[in-house]
Design a protein around this ligand. Sequence first.
Ligand code: IVH
Length: 683
Amino acid sequence: MTNEAEAQQRIDQLRRELEQHNRLYYIDAAPEISDREYDTLLQTLEDLEKQFPMFESANSPTRRVGGAPLGSFENVKHSVPMMSLSNTYSKEELVEFDVRIRKLIPEAVFDYILEPKIDGVAISLRYENGELVRAVTRGDGAIGDDVTSNVRTIKSIPLRLSDLMPPAVLEVRGEIYMDTAGFAKLNADRQDAGMEPFANPRNACAGSLKMLDSREVASRPLDAIFYATGELSGIKFETHEQMLLSLKNYGLRITPKYWLNDKIDDVLERLDELENMRHEFPFEMDGGVIKVNDRRLYDDLGYTAKSPRWAVAYKYEPEQAETRLHTISIQVGRTGVLTPVAELEPVQLAGTTVKRATLHNEDEIRRKDIKIGDRVIIEKAGEIIPAVVKVVTEKRTGEELDFSMPTACPVCGSEVEKREGEVALRCINLQCPAQVKNWLTHFASRGAMDINGLGESLVEQLVDGGLVKTPAELYALQKVEVLGLERMGEKSADNLIKGLEDSKNRPFEKVLFGLGIRHVGKGAASILASEFKNIDALMAADIQTLEEIHDIGPIVGKSVVEYFQAPETREIIRQLRAAGVNFEQTETGGSNELEGLTFVLTGSMESMTRDEAGDKIKARGGKVSGSVSKKTSYLVAGEAAGSKLTKAEKLGVTILNEEQLIALLGSDEDLTDKKAGQMGFEF
Ligand code: IVH
C-alpha cells in the first residue's frame, strides 16, 4: 500500500475493527474471531503504523503498553471530587436511610437500584471526545495519582469509546479489581518465586496500580467495573440504570447484575439474594450499594461532607471463623519453596469445611505472632485460599509453642537456603522428591501432556521407587517396571504405557506448558508456541525478542531465557526429543465442519469436562463463547444447567444435550494432531 490516503483509511478501519473485537471479547463475552485472527489484525495494523508513522495515535490498539517506566506519579486534581459512601452493617439503618430520603423528598415516586459493592481500588477515567485522556486514583478524594499508563494496559478498558458521536467530556468512576482466579495464580507464582504473597486481591490490585513500569502491570490480571460519573459535558442521564446502560454501550464494563425495587423491604430481600451469589462473581464483593435510581433527585437530596445522601453501602460481615491451630506442617513446592501450612481443627467457612490454611512464610508467622496451639481467626482471601488473619490472644493458655522453620528440607533432608531479596526458604536439591513429584504431576496433568493413567498417586510411587526423576525418564519406563508397583495390574500398566505413547503427539503449546517454566502459564505457552513454531527457535531467542512479543512481559521473558540457559534443562529437552515428544507447532489443517458456529457450554457433562468439549469444538473450527446471545448457534446443556439455559430458551437458541453434542463432534481420531494453535488464550 503506497497511497497515503488509502493507508489512513485502512489504519482507521483496522483500529475500529480491533476495538470492536476487544469489546466483543471483554465486555460481551461473545468473541467472533479467534485470538490468532485478532493477533493477525493487530500485526497488520502495527506494520502499517510503522510504515506510515504520520498516522500514529496514542490511543491505537497497538499502544496499550508502552513508554519507559515512570519516576513517580503526577498529582491530578479531580474536577468533581470523588466522594465516598456511608456504610452500614445493619438493615435497620437501611430502613432509616429510606425514611430519611422520603422525608427529604415527600412527593417523589422513585426506585432504588441495588448493585454489588466491589472490593477493589476506586478509579476515575476521563474521556474527551471519546478518547481516554487520563486515569486517576481517588487519592484523598480531591487529588489523586495519574496512573494512566497502568490503566491503559487493562484490556477491558476501551482507549476509545465505541460511539461515533461521543460526548465532549465523560468522566466515569468505578473500581479496578483483580479477578479471584488470577489473584490465586499470581500469589502461587510469587510464592514459587520466593516472593511475599499479597494478603488479598485488593492489596494485589493496589500494588499493581502503583508499579512504575506499565509493562509489568500488563501481566497482572486486572479488570474494571464502572458505576458512577464525574464531570460530564454534552451528555445527561436521567436515571442510574440509563447511565449504566450507556456506559455499557460505550464499551465500558458494568456490574453483571443489578436490581430495581421501589420498596426498601424488597431491597433488603435482594440484598440476601446478592449475598448468596457472592462467590459467583469473578471479583471480591464486600456488600451491596443502594442508590436512588432517578438522578434528577440527586440535587434535592444533596450531600454530606463526604458522601451523597442518595446512596448507602450495606456491608456483609466478613466470612471468618475461629478454630484451633493444631500444628504447622511444611509443603515443598515445584520450585523447592518451603511453605508453612496451618493444620486446623476442621471448621465451616463460606460453605466448605476448612482443615488447612496457608501461612505463606516465616516472616508472616512472626508478624502475626502465631504459635502452635493458638486459637486463630481464619478468612478466605480471594474467596479461594483460606488464610489465618490473626490470633485470639485472649484465649492463650500459656501452653502454646513457638514455631520455627526447619533448617533442612523435610522431604529430602537437604540444606535450605534463602536467596537474596526473597522471603522464602528453598530446598537446594533439584532432585528433591517433593519438587520432582510436583513437576511430574504438572507435566502429566490435563492442561499439559494429559497422560492418561498418570495421576498423583502413581507419580508418588514412581518417584519413591526411584524409577523416575525427570519427565524425560517417564518415557523410558518399561512395562515390567510399572508392573512391579503396588496395586498395578496388567491393564493399568498397559494404560500407562499407551498414555505415555499418546502424549508424545500433544500440540507444542501443551508440551511447553508441561515443562513448567516459571511464569509460563497456558496463555503464555500458547503465544510462545505460535510465535516460535519450534523449540530450537524458542531456545535461541534472547530477552529482547521475547519482550517484543505482544502479551509477553519482561517477567515471562526473563524466566524463559533463564530456563533455557540451564544445562539441566537442555539435557531434559534433548532426552524428551529423543523419546519422540513433539516440539513443533503443527500447522492447523483441522477439519472445519463447525466453522461459523458459536457454542455456549453450561452444566456438567458425563463423558468430558467443559474444557475438553470446548477444545473439541475449536479443533473442528467452531467457536466457544461464555455467554448466550442471539448469535449463539447452540447451547450445550449438561446436568444442572442454570440461567444460561433459561436465556437460550428465551432467545430460541437450539439446545443440545451431551449425546447430541457427541454426535455432532463425530469421531476423534483424525483430530488429535491438528489442534495446535487453535486453543483459546486463557486470561
Ligand atoms: S458509588 C459518590 N457503587 O466503595 C459515590 N461505589 O465505600 C460513588 N464501590 O468510594 C460511589 N462498588 O470506591 C459505588 N457499586 C458501587 C461500588 C462502589 C464499590 C466503592 C467505591 C466507593 C467505596 C465506598
